[in-house]
Design a protein around this ligand. Sequence first.
Ligand code: OSB
Ligand code: MG
Length: 369
Amino acid sequence: MRIEAAELRILELPLRFRFETSFGVQTRRTILLLRLFGEGLEGLGEGVMERLPLYREETVASARYLLEEVFLPRVLGQDLPNPEALAQALSPFRGNPMAKAVLEMAFFDLWAKGLAKPLWQVLGGVRNRVEVGVSLGIQPSVAETLKAVEKHLEEGYRRIKLKIKPGWDYEVLKAVRQAFPEATLTADANSAYRLADAPRLKRLDELGLDYLEQPLGHEDLLDHAKLARELSTPICLDESLTSPEKARKAIELGAGRVFNVKPARMGGHGPSLKVHALAESAGIPLWMGGMLEAGVGRAHNLHLATLPGFTKPGDVSSARRYWEEDIVEEDLSAQEGLMPVPEGPGIGVHLKLPLVERLTLWQRYMSAS
Ligand code: OSB
Ligand code: MG
């Protein structure tokens, strides 16, 4: 597949809810959107980095710089037979998996379209619907948390994940557990605790959480392994999993018994397939995370989540929860906690170009030579 041209945009899309986590409050998303053109086809990629490095270290600005100045100039005009060839072209450059993922995932879409196959088939998926739950931000009160949990359970979501932080953890989780004794419940701390908080986290063991997501540092593996030995609640890693290499070390150390996979955090679909294989041989269940993606990122996540290792409900909930109007034509929405995977070649979604135009803050078109 020859990459003939690329269009990179930064868009801003207001969220329908205020999303509070231990690292801050989000009210809108700033989205890096890439359209890759080749052989009469178009591949789409969406970045998950934010303006500020509060979740991981990459930012919209750092990714835009690398894509514009380094990664796209490397591949424009090149005839790349497959995604491994693209990975090879980017391999001299260290780190920056989120920036690489924008290009890698757009190329996967373009390549699958060249093969006239849906992306899930190219990746090795085994189903056309994905089991999902919701990730609920920190609410103003316990009463509002209970209301939000009830609403989403009624909508059929199969797991409720609550964001926690020191001072907003045991009490709110206990209230939810008492009100919903049968619900599948998890908690996500987004790196807000230290190993010294182990006694406080130990209190969560009585609440029957399915897992506790990323309690410790965003790069950490060793302290998670130590904490894992103190808790009966399984630890799930999110932030720390930025590559297959980190996943291998996490497995060897026993840093997590569950993995949250986000292809856009780990360099794209290729690295995610490697993590999927490692997790399978280690008996680690996977689930598909989310980063408040718009339609392009959400579609990519759905395709990857059809692989057999994704055995727990993911965070990929209905697009209409997040946006008044999504940037794609297709309505990505769950029925009874199941998200259908978009049909057609590649990721199977189409941009609403007039809306994308209106939301665009910056754009650059680049072509080969
Ligand atoms: O830690 O999983 C996370 C959103 C932004 C950044 C990090 C995370 C999240 C979520 C939301 O939990 C998941 C979603 O609804 O997309
Ligand atoms: Mg998380």
